[in-house]
Design a protein around this ligand. Structure first.
Ligand SMILES: Nc1ncnc2c1ncn2[C@@H]1O[C@H](COP(=O)(O)OP(=O)(O)OP(=O)(O)O)[C@@H](O)[C@H]1O
Ligand SMILES: [Mg+2]
Length: 345
Protein backbone atom coordinates (compact mmCIF):
# COMPACT_ATOMS: atom_id res chain seq x y z
CA UNK A 1 0.00 0.00 0.00
CA UNK A 2 1.20 3.52 -0.74
CA UNK A 3 2.35 5.45 2.31
CA UNK A 4 0.90 8.97 2.63
CA UNK A 5 3.44 11.48 1.36
CA UNK A 6 4.14 14.82 2.94
CA UNK A 7 3.82 17.80 0.63
CA UNK A 8 4.16 21.34 1.91
CA UNK A 9 2.04 24.13 0.52
CA UNK A 10 5.30 25.47 -0.89
CA UNK A 11 5.90 22.20 -2.76
CA UNK A 12 2.45 22.37 -4.33
CA UNK A 13 2.75 26.09 -5.08
CA UNK A 14 6.10 25.55 -6.78
CA UNK A 15 4.82 22.61 -8.79
CA UNK A 16 1.76 24.47 -10.04
CA UNK A 17 3.53 27.80 -10.47
CA UNK A 18 1.01 29.63 -8.29
CA UNK A 19 1.21 31.43 -4.95
CA UNK A 20 0.62 29.73 -1.59
CA UNK A 21 -2.63 31.63 -1.16
CA UNK A 22 -3.82 30.31 -4.52
CA UNK A 23 -3.05 26.76 -3.35
CA UNK A 24 -5.13 27.38 -0.23
CA UNK A 25 -7.92 28.73 -2.40
CA UNK A 26 -7.69 25.72 -4.74
CA UNK A 27 -8.07 23.44 -1.69
CA UNK A 28 -11.05 25.43 -0.34
CA UNK A 29 -12.69 25.40 -3.78
CA UNK A 30 -12.11 21.64 -4.12
CA UNK A 31 -9.83 22.06 -7.18
CA UNK A 32 -7.09 20.34 -5.16
CA UNK A 33 -8.23 17.52 -2.85
CA UNK A 34 -8.20 18.10 0.88
CA UNK A 35 -5.18 16.40 2.53
CA UNK A 36 -6.27 12.94 3.68
CA UNK A 37 -4.67 13.37 7.09
CA UNK A 38 -4.63 16.25 9.54
CA UNK A 39 -1.94 18.68 8.44
CA UNK A 40 0.79 19.16 10.98
CA UNK A 41 3.75 21.51 11.01
CA UNK A 42 2.72 23.05 7.68
CA UNK A 43 2.71 19.65 5.92
CA UNK A 44 -0.18 18.21 3.94
CA UNK A 45 -0.34 14.45 3.80
CA UNK A 46 -1.55 13.04 0.53
CA UNK A 47 -1.94 9.43 -0.49
CA UNK A 48 -1.19 8.27 -4.04
CA UNK A 49 -4.66 9.22 -5.20
CA UNK A 50 -4.36 12.77 -3.85
CA UNK A 51 -0.88 13.16 -5.32
CA UNK A 52 -2.19 11.90 -8.65
CA UNK A 53 -4.93 14.54 -8.65
CA UNK A 54 -2.38 17.29 -7.99
CA UNK A 55 -0.23 15.98 -10.85
CA UNK A 56 -3.30 15.88 -13.13
CA UNK A 57 -3.88 19.50 -12.27
CA UNK A 58 -0.24 20.27 -13.03
CA UNK A 59 -0.53 18.73 -16.50
CA UNK A 60 -3.93 20.26 -17.26
CA UNK A 61 -2.88 23.68 -15.97
CA UNK A 62 0.52 23.60 -17.60
CA UNK A 63 -0.57 25.91 -20.37
CA UNK A 64 -2.41 28.23 -18.04
CA UNK A 65 0.30 28.85 -15.48
CA UNK A 66 0.31 32.61 -15.02
CA UNK A 67 3.36 34.28 -16.45
CA UNK A 68 2.91 37.24 -14.14
CA UNK A 69 1.49 36.82 -10.67
CA UNK A 70 0.50 40.29 -9.70
CA UNK A 71 -1.69 40.86 -6.72
CA UNK A 72 -0.89 44.36 -5.51
CA UNK A 73 -1.23 46.81 -8.39
CA UNK A 74 -0.79 50.54 -7.95
CA UNK A 75 -1.87 53.50 -10.04
CA UNK A 76 1.03 55.88 -10.24
CA UNK A 77 1.80 59.14 -12.03
CA UNK A 78 3.13 62.18 -10.24
CA UNK A 79 1.15 64.36 -12.63
CA UNK A 80 -2.20 65.43 -11.19
CA UNK A 81 -5.59 64.80 -12.80
CA UNK A 82 -4.52 62.10 -15.27
CA UNK A 83 -7.08 59.48 -14.21
CA UNK A 84 -5.31 57.53 -11.44
CA UNK A 85 -8.28 57.46 -9.10
CA UNK A 86 -11.02 56.90 -11.65
CA UNK A 87 -8.98 54.04 -13.14
CA UNK A 88 -8.24 52.48 -9.76
CA UNK A 89 -11.88 52.42 -8.63
CA UNK A 90 -13.33 51.40 -11.98
CA UNK A 91 -10.81 48.61 -12.56
CA UNK A 92 -11.66 47.46 -9.02
CA UNK A 93 -15.37 47.52 -9.89
CA UNK A 94 -14.77 45.58 -13.12
CA UNK A 95 -12.71 42.88 -11.37
CA UNK A 96 -15.28 42.63 -8.56
CA UNK A 97 -18.04 42.36 -11.16
CA UNK A 98 -16.08 39.45 -12.68
CA UNK A 99 -16.20 37.81 -9.22
CA UNK A 100 -12.62 38.51 -8.16
CA UNK A 101 -12.06 39.52 -4.52
CA UNK A 102 -10.79 43.07 -4.56
CA UNK A 103 -9.43 45.50 -1.96
CA UNK A 104 -8.91 49.18 -2.78
CA UNK A 105 -6.41 51.06 -0.61
CA UNK A 106 -6.44 54.85 -0.81
CA UNK A 107 -2.92 56.24 -0.30
CA UNK A 108 -3.86 59.78 -1.34
CA UNK A 109 -4.72 62.29 1.43
CA UNK A 110 -7.35 63.72 -0.95
CA UNK A 111 -9.38 60.58 -0.19
CA UNK A 112 -10.96 60.47 -3.65
CA UNK A 113 -10.78 56.70 -4.13
CA UNK A 114 -12.78 56.02 -0.96
CA UNK A 115 -15.24 58.81 -1.72
CA UNK A 116 -15.73 57.56 -5.30
CA UNK A 117 -16.87 54.25 -3.80
CA UNK A 118 -19.08 55.94 -1.22
CA UNK A 119 -16.76 55.18 1.70
CA UNK A 120 -16.46 58.42 3.62
CA UNK A 121 -14.79 58.18 7.03
CA UNK A 122 -16.29 60.58 9.54
CA UNK A 123 -15.83 61.38 13.22
CA UNK A 124 -14.03 58.57 15.03
CA UNK A 125 -13.71 56.31 11.98
CA UNK A 126 -10.20 55.01 11.41
CA UNK A 127 -8.47 55.33 8.07
CA UNK A 128 -5.24 54.26 6.35
CA UNK A 129 -3.26 56.73 8.47
CA UNK A 130 -4.14 54.74 11.64
CA UNK A 131 -3.21 51.51 9.88
CA UNK A 132 0.18 52.76 8.71
CA UNK A 133 1.27 54.64 11.80
CA UNK A 134 -0.78 53.51 14.79
CA UNK A 135 -1.00 49.77 14.25
CA UNK A 136 -4.78 49.64 13.72
CA UNK A 137 -5.48 46.30 11.96
CA UNK A 138 -6.18 46.97 8.28
CA UNK A 139 -9.16 44.62 8.24
CA UNK A 140 -10.78 46.67 11.06
CA UNK A 141 -10.59 49.71 8.79
CA UNK A 142 -11.62 48.09 5.47
CA UNK A 143 -15.27 48.82 4.70
CA UNK A 144 -17.34 46.90 2.16
CA UNK A 145 -18.67 49.03 -0.70
CA UNK A 146 -21.68 47.15 -2.04
CA UNK A 147 -23.44 48.21 -5.23
CA UNK A 148 -26.81 46.73 -6.12
CA UNK A 149 -28.91 46.64 -9.21
CA UNK A 150 -32.68 46.24 -8.89
CA UNK A 151 -32.26 45.22 -5.25
CA UNK A 152 -29.67 42.47 -5.94
CA UNK A 153 -26.00 43.01 -5.02
CA UNK A 154 -24.05 43.34 -8.28
CA UNK A 155 -20.55 43.91 -6.98
CA UNK A 156 -18.68 44.30 -3.69
CA UNK A 157 -15.29 45.86 -3.04
CA UNK A 158 -13.46 46.28 0.27
CA UNK A 159 -12.12 49.79 0.70
CA UNK A 160 -9.49 51.19 3.07
CA UNK A 161 -10.20 54.91 2.91
CA UNK A 162 -7.93 57.86 3.49
CA UNK A 163 -8.44 61.36 4.87
CA UNK A 164 -6.42 64.54 5.01
CA UNK A 165 -4.76 63.17 8.19
CA UNK A 166 -2.59 61.10 5.86
CA UNK A 167 -0.92 64.30 4.68
CA UNK A 168 1.13 64.34 7.90
CA UNK A 169 2.21 60.71 7.55
CA UNK A 170 5.27 61.38 5.38
CA UNK A 171 6.93 63.45 8.11
CA UNK A 172 6.33 60.71 10.67
CA UNK A 173 7.60 58.01 8.30
CA UNK A 174 10.84 59.90 7.63
CA UNK A 175 11.97 59.26 11.20
CA UNK A 176 11.89 55.49 10.69
CA UNK A 177 14.63 53.37 9.12
CA UNK A 178 11.90 51.27 7.47
CA UNK A 179 10.34 54.40 6.01
CA UNK A 180 9.65 52.70 2.65
CA UNK A 181 8.05 49.59 4.05
CA UNK A 182 5.01 50.69 6.08
CA UNK A 183 2.42 49.74 3.48
CA UNK A 184 4.16 46.53 2.45
CA UNK A 185 4.18 45.41 6.10
CA UNK A 186 0.44 45.96 6.56
CA UNK A 187 -0.57 44.33 3.26
CA UNK A 188 1.62 41.21 3.62
CA UNK A 189 -0.60 39.35 6.14
CA UNK A 190 -3.87 39.94 4.24
CA UNK A 191 -2.77 39.09 0.71
CA UNK A 192 -4.41 35.66 0.79
CA UNK A 193 -7.83 37.23 1.34
CA UNK A 194 -7.90 39.01 -2.01
CA UNK A 195 -7.28 38.26 -5.65
CA UNK A 196 -6.30 41.87 -6.27
CA UNK A 197 -5.28 44.78 -4.05
CA UNK A 198 -5.43 48.05 -6.00
CA UNK A 199 -3.73 51.10 -4.52
CA UNK A 200 -4.35 54.71 -5.53
CA UNK A 201 -1.28 57.00 -5.28
CA UNK A 202 -1.23 60.73 -4.67
CA UNK A 203 0.09 63.06 -7.42
CA UNK A 204 3.61 63.24 -5.98
CA UNK A 205 6.80 61.25 -5.66
CA UNK A 206 6.92 61.48 -1.88
CA UNK A 207 7.04 58.72 0.69
CA UNK A 208 3.37 57.80 0.27
CA UNK A 209 3.97 56.92 -3.39
CA UNK A 210 7.29 55.25 -2.61
CA UNK A 211 5.60 53.13 0.09
CA UNK A 212 2.98 52.15 -2.46
CA UNK A 213 5.58 51.12 -5.04
CA UNK A 214 7.52 49.06 -2.49
CA UNK A 215 4.29 47.24 -1.63
CA UNK A 216 3.31 46.64 -5.29
CA UNK A 217 3.91 43.78 -7.67
CA UNK A 218 3.02 45.94 -10.66
CA UNK A 219 2.22 49.51 -11.61
CA UNK A 220 -0.33 50.91 -14.03
CA UNK A 221 0.58 54.37 -15.32
CA UNK A 222 -2.49 56.32 -16.40
CA UNK A 223 -1.57 58.57 -19.31
CA UNK A 224 -3.78 61.45 -20.35
CA UNK A 225 -2.73 62.45 -23.87
CA UNK A 226 -1.82 66.10 -23.45
CA UNK A 227 1.25 68.32 -23.89
CA UNK A 228 4.33 67.35 -21.77
CA UNK A 229 2.66 64.15 -20.56
CA UNK A 230 5.30 61.85 -22.05
CA UNK A 231 8.17 63.76 -20.47
CA UNK A 232 6.69 63.08 -17.01
CA UNK A 233 6.50 59.38 -17.76
CA UNK A 234 10.27 59.08 -18.32
CA UNK A 235 10.72 60.41 -14.83
CA UNK A 236 8.30 57.78 -13.51
CA UNK A 237 10.12 54.95 -15.23
CA UNK A 238 13.36 56.06 -13.57
CA UNK A 239 11.61 55.95 -10.18
CA UNK A 240 10.20 52.50 -10.89
CA UNK A 241 13.69 51.29 -11.84
CA UNK A 242 15.11 52.64 -8.61
CA UNK A 243 12.57 50.55 -6.65
CA UNK A 244 13.04 47.51 -8.84
CA UNK A 245 16.77 47.09 -8.35
CA UNK A 246 16.83 46.61 -4.58
CA UNK A 247 13.84 44.26 -4.91
CA UNK A 248 15.80 42.03 -7.29
CA UNK A 249 18.85 42.21 -5.00
CA UNK A 250 16.74 41.13 -2.03
CA UNK A 251 15.55 38.15 -4.05
CA UNK A 252 11.89 39.16 -3.80
CA UNK A 253 9.65 36.88 -5.82
CA UNK A 254 7.88 39.64 -7.64
CA UNK A 255 10.07 42.64 -8.25
CA UNK A 256 8.03 45.60 -9.37
CA UNK A 257 6.76 45.27 -12.95
CA UNK A 258 5.27 47.84 -15.26
CA UNK A 259 1.82 46.32 -15.91
CA UNK A 260 1.21 48.90 -18.58
CA UNK A 261 0.45 52.44 -19.63
CA UNK A 262 -3.28 53.18 -19.71
CA UNK A 263 -4.55 55.89 -22.04
CA UNK A 264 -7.28 57.79 -20.22
CA UNK A 265 -9.81 60.52 -20.94
CA UNK A 266 -9.26 60.09 -24.67
CA UNK A 267 -11.04 62.19 -27.30
CA UNK A 268 -10.90 61.54 -31.03
CA UNK A 269 -8.86 64.64 -31.88
CA UNK A 270 -5.71 64.78 -33.97
CA UNK A 271 -3.46 66.29 -31.34
CA UNK A 272 -4.29 63.49 -28.90
CA UNK A 273 -3.75 60.91 -31.61
CA UNK A 274 -0.20 62.25 -32.05
CA UNK A 275 0.54 61.93 -28.31
CA UNK A 276 -0.85 58.40 -28.32
CA UNK A 277 1.32 57.45 -31.30
CA UNK A 278 4.31 58.78 -29.42
CA UNK A 279 3.56 56.81 -26.25
CA UNK A 280 3.01 53.64 -28.35
CA UNK A 281 6.36 54.17 -30.07
CA UNK A 282 8.10 54.21 -26.71
CA UNK A 283 6.14 51.59 -24.78
CA UNK A 284 4.96 49.25 -27.56
CA UNK A 285 2.98 46.32 -26.20
CA UNK A 286 3.14 47.82 -22.70
CA UNK A 287 0.34 50.20 -23.72
CA UNK A 288 -2.97 48.56 -22.80
CA UNK A 289 -5.21 47.81 -25.77
CA UNK A 290 -8.18 49.30 -23.92
CA UNK A 291 -8.28 53.08 -23.97
CA UNK A 292 -10.67 55.02 -21.76
CA UNK A 293 -12.80 57.49 -23.74
CA UNK A 294 -13.73 60.92 -22.47
CA UNK A 295 -17.27 60.83 -21.07
CA UNK A 296 -19.19 63.38 -19.06
CA UNK A 297 -20.46 60.48 -16.98
CA UNK A 298 -17.01 60.10 -15.46
CA UNK A 299 -17.68 63.27 -13.47
CA UNK A 300 -21.21 62.18 -12.62
CA UNK A 301 -20.13 58.79 -11.34
CA UNK A 302 -17.85 60.55 -8.85
CA UNK A 303 -20.67 62.90 -7.88
CA UNK A 304 -22.95 59.91 -7.24
CA UNK A 305 -20.08 58.03 -5.55
CA UNK A 306 -20.53 54.90 -7.60
CA UNK A 307 -18.54 53.09 -10.33
CA UNK A 308 -19.26 53.73 -14.00
CA UNK A 309 -20.68 50.22 -14.30
CA UNK A 310 -23.54 51.37 -12.07
CA UNK A 311 -24.31 54.47 -14.14
CA UNK A 312 -26.91 54.82 -16.88
CA UNK A 313 -26.24 53.66 -20.41
CA UNK A 314 -24.58 56.96 -21.47
CA UNK A 315 -21.65 56.01 -19.24
CA UNK A 316 -21.43 52.65 -20.99
CA UNK A 317 -18.44 53.29 -23.31
CA UNK A 318 -16.20 54.27 -20.37
CA UNK A 319 -17.53 51.44 -18.17
CA UNK A 320 -16.97 48.96 -21.01
CA UNK A 321 -13.45 50.29 -21.52
CA UNK A 322 -12.64 49.57 -17.86
CA UNK A 323 -14.11 46.07 -18.24
CA UNK A 324 -11.84 45.76 -21.29
CA UNK A 325 -8.90 46.81 -19.13
CA UNK A 326 -9.81 44.09 -16.61
CA UNK A 327 -9.84 41.57 -19.47
CA UNK A 328 -6.47 42.87 -20.76
CA UNK A 329 -4.97 42.48 -17.30
CA UNK A 330 -6.40 39.00 -16.72
CA UNK A 331 -5.22 38.03 -20.21
CA UNK A 332 -1.63 39.14 -19.49
CA UNK A 333 -1.71 36.85 -16.48
CA UNK A 334 -3.48 33.96 -18.21
CA UNK A 335 -6.23 34.15 -15.64
CA UNK A 336 -9.75 32.95 -16.15
CA UNK A 337 -11.99 35.55 -17.75
CA UNK A 338 -15.60 34.85 -16.81
CA UNK A 339 -18.15 35.64 -19.50
CA UNK A 340 -20.68 38.05 -18.07
CA UNK A 341 -23.25 40.31 -19.64
CA UNK A 342 -23.31 43.89 -18.41
CA UNK A 343 -26.70 45.50 -18.16
CA UNK A 344 -26.33 49.10 -17.05
CA UNK A 345 -28.88 50.49 -14.61
N1 LIG B 1 -12.66 59.23 -19.14
C1 LIG B 1 -12.95 60.40 -18.58
N2 LIG B 1 -13.92 61.20 -19.08
C2 LIG B 1 -14.20 62.40 -18.50
N3 LIG B 1 -13.59 62.87 -17.40
C3 LIG B 1 -12.61 62.12 -16.87
C4 LIG B 1 -12.24 60.86 -17.42
N4 LIG B 1 -11.22 60.34 -16.67
C5 LIG B 1 -10.99 61.24 -15.69
N5 LIG B 1 -11.83 62.30 -15.80
C6 LIG B 1 -11.91 63.43 -14.90
O1 LIG B 1 -10.62 63.99 -14.75
C7 LIG B 1 -10.44 64.39 -13.39
C8 LIG B 1 -9.19 63.72 -12.85
O2 LIG B 1 -9.42 62.33 -12.73
P1 LIG B 1 -8.82 61.54 -11.49
O3 LIG B 1 -9.23 62.20 -10.21
O4 LIG B 1 -9.14 60.12 -11.65
O5 LIG B 1 -7.28 61.82 -11.74
P2 LIG B 1 -6.09 61.62 -10.70
O6 LIG B 1 -4.87 61.36 -11.51
O7 LIG B 1 -6.45 60.64 -9.68
O8 LIG B 1 -6.01 63.06 -10.02
P3 LIG B 1 -5.11 63.47 -8.74
O9 LIG B 1 -3.72 63.53 -9.26
O10 LIG B 1 -5.64 64.78 -8.30
O11 LIG B 1 -5.29 62.39 -7.72
C9 LIG B 1 -11.69 64.01 -12.63
O12 LIG B 1 -12.52 65.14 -12.49
C10 LIG B 1 -12.33 62.97 -13.50
O13 LIG B 1 -13.73 62.95 -13.36
MG1 LIG C 1 -6.43 60.80 -7.59
Amino acid sequence: MNQPSKLTINDIAELLGVSRSTVDRYITQGIIPQPDMESEGGHRNYNANGRGKILDLFYSKKHQIPSEKWKVISFFNQKGGVGKTISCVNLAASLAYLDYRVLVVDMDPQGHAGLSLNVDPTGDDHDIYDVLLHGTPILDVAKPAIFSQRGAPMLEIDVVPSTVRLAGAENEMHASIVRHEFLRAVLAPIQHRYDYILVDCPPSLGLLSINTLYASDAVIIPFKPEPMALRGIYHLIQTIDLIKRPAIKLGLNHPLSLAGVLITDYEEINLQKAYIEEVREHFGSKVFKSMIPHRAHAQESRHHQKPLLMMSSEGKPAADAYLGLAHDLLGIQNREIPIKEVSHV
